[in-house]
Design a protein around this ligand. Structure first.
Ligand SMILES: C[S@@+](CC[C@H](N)C(=O)[O-])C[C@H]1O[C@@H](n2cnc3c(N)ncnc32)[C@H](O)[C@@H]1O
Length: 286
């Protein structure tokens, strides 16, 4: 009997350790979506789930119009042709919502670090023949390859918490937004889900205010996210849709890039960034 107990104890310890390991793996990869394992893991997970992402989130076209495109176009008022940057565009939620809006005549630069999420976004935009309205860039949202004050509108939905340093990423969004431009981003509710990665509403309000933003409004939206609107302090002229030649920065030397024969070429160091499948492959420059 005593011998039997001694044989069972190691087995119980082994099972407990295996359960603990499985729990830790589940928590790091599924529950917190890789955020504590670094950017590479986060992006790898989005690449893995890209083809299933829309099926999981199930965005509704009418809801997207009512809660994203319509209020944004209302804030822009008569300026129907803004230059918009959507950081962490995913499968193209913001580009699609804006392109579906009857009054939208602007241009959207849609950037993401997951090549496979971008591939899904391109397919959806092409299926609806909106490709003239959107430029897709494979790049890191925490190092945006544009000058300060370059966009009329900057959006970043459900993504700040996945960046290595959410506060720095937020400052990067504000940097490329022109004074008096509109920022639309999100606040993830339930800070306990990702300890030290999420802000309370009061903390985010303070961070936004210290980032030179005014008119900050938190708006109830989805179960786990609020929408956050803000305006960058100061004044500047409306930019409007325009070609990106002379705007896009080279990933090697930060010189300006121009579009030549189906690729982007740096005017300063001649680095070439290919366009593949309608995506500017800035992350994979040659
Ligand atoms: C939850 S999805 C949101 C996608 C889209 N904004 C939406 O609302 O449907 C998060 C997105 O952030 C992207 N992402 C995460 N870290 C990034 C980074 N450092 N730079 C650019 N994109 C990033 C992921 O690839 C993914 O597409």
């Amino acid at each position: 009997m005593g011998l039997h107990v001694f044989a069972v104890i190691p087995l119980l310890i082994l099972i407990s350790v295996l359960v603990l390991i499985a729990f830790v793996i589940w928590w790091l990869l599924i529950r917190t979506e890789g955020v504590y394992l670094g950017k590479r893991v986060v992006i790898w997970l989005y690449d893995v789930y890209a083809s299933r992402y829309d099926g999981i989130v199930q965005h509704d076209t009418v809801e997207e119009h009512l809660h994203i495109a319509a209020p944004l176009m209302k804030q822009l008022d008569s300026q129907t042709y803004p230059l918009v940057l959507d950081v962490a565009t995913g499968t193209g939620r913001i580009p699609l919502a804006l392109c579906h809006h009857a009054r939208f005549e602007g241009h959207i630069v849609a950037l993401d670090l997951s090549r496979k999420m971008l591939t899904q976004a391109v397919a959806k935009i092409q299926a609806e023949h909106f490709e003239d309205y959107v430029t897709f860039i494979w790049a890191d949202g925490s190092q945006i390859p544009f000058d300060d004050n370059s966009f009329d509108v900057v959006t970043c939905m459900e993504a700040l918490e996945f960046m290595p340093n959410p506060e720095e990423a937020l400052h990067e969004l504000v940097r490329v937004l022109r004074p008096n431009g509109i920022l639309l981003t999100t606040h993830r509710i339930n800070e306990r889900l990702m300890p030290h990665k999420l802000w309370s509403e009061a903390e985010m309000q303070q961070i936004l205010a210290s980032a030179n933003l005014t008119n900050i409004v938190f708006e109830a939206w989805q179960y786990d996210y609020s929408k956050v609107w803000a305006i960058k302090s100061g004044k500047s002229d409306f930019i409007g849709a325009r070609p990106l030649d002379g705007m896009l920065r080279c990933p090697c030397c930060e010189g300006y890039m121009v579009n030549k024969n189906g690729a982007w070429v740096c005017e300063n160091c001649n680095s070439i960034v290919p366009i593949q499948d309608n995506i500017i492959n800035l992350h994979a420059r040659i």
